[in-house]
Design a protein around this ligand. Sequence first.
Ligand code: SF4
Length: 329
Amino acid sequence: MSNKRVLSGMQPSGKLHLGNWLGALKNWVKLQHEYESFFFIADWHALSTNYEDTSRIRENVFEMAVDWVAAGLDPEKSVIFLQSGVLEHAELHVLLSMMTPVSWLERNPTYKDQQQQITGRDLATYGFLGYPVLQAADILIYRANCIPVGIDQLPHLELTREICRRFNTFYGDVFPEPQPLLAETAKVPGLDGRKMSKSYGNTINLSDTPEEIRQKVMTMVTDPQRIKRTDVGNPEVCGVYSFHKIFSSKDEQAEVAEGCRTAGIGCIDCKKRLLANLMAELTPIQEKRNELVAAPDKIRAILDDGAGRARKAAQETMQAVRESMKLYV
Ligand code: SF4
């Protein structure tokens, strides 16, 4: 086990789908055995784009915590907590915002992209522009060394590193520069072949019932050229086969691919085989999930305990920050 600290978070935007699980959570479950690990539910970040309607935020936080623990995040090994449960994030955010040039925030590529893409909402807000500063505070407050990120998130982490360097230049070396931890994660297509995303309505959720999952798998888009059972197909253009690559053994992948190319297997049978393998992985998670949903006090206790442990680390950092900035302590 490394003595380095890993930190990551997710916005509570609803029930987790297979894309979230395979793209991030499964990697976190592995990392918790290798690093001192902090994982937080970023409820303040959710407000940066959804500040008008907060009606589902508590429910979403609960669902996310349930999904995390059911998928294998162990509250004994990892510090699992809610961002708003550790007020020191806000204090550090204020201090970092004093020294972060606005131009750094305005050039953030997602700032303009999201303003254009997310329609029907006014995102010309201070909170949305300053989102990366809060993100920097989330990371630096734990003096995290490693941040699991996808390639597309590297520019965000670079901004945190710039803010970190700027702080350390002004006030002394308080924060280690967080390093990206690039993980090989599986890319999961949605039911329609596009990227799996809640906004496309093409997800399989960890919380879906076995019958819902069966129905979803059976409606998955296949090779569009394979219309009749006797047509040969190309597994490489088929979303079902992408799932086989994740959930089926190498032997079964080869069998299915060969069967597809020779019309030896029909799409319905191919999907049934996938379903069996998918459910073999999902069933233990779903059983644990059902137990946790029936015990909301347990989830509350996990988040409270995690916030207590996170707060202790955050308070130590803030003490060092205040001293280095010559603030009244
Ligand atoms: S046989 Fe399987 S891999 Fe081939 S097109 Fe049908 S569902 Fe896709």
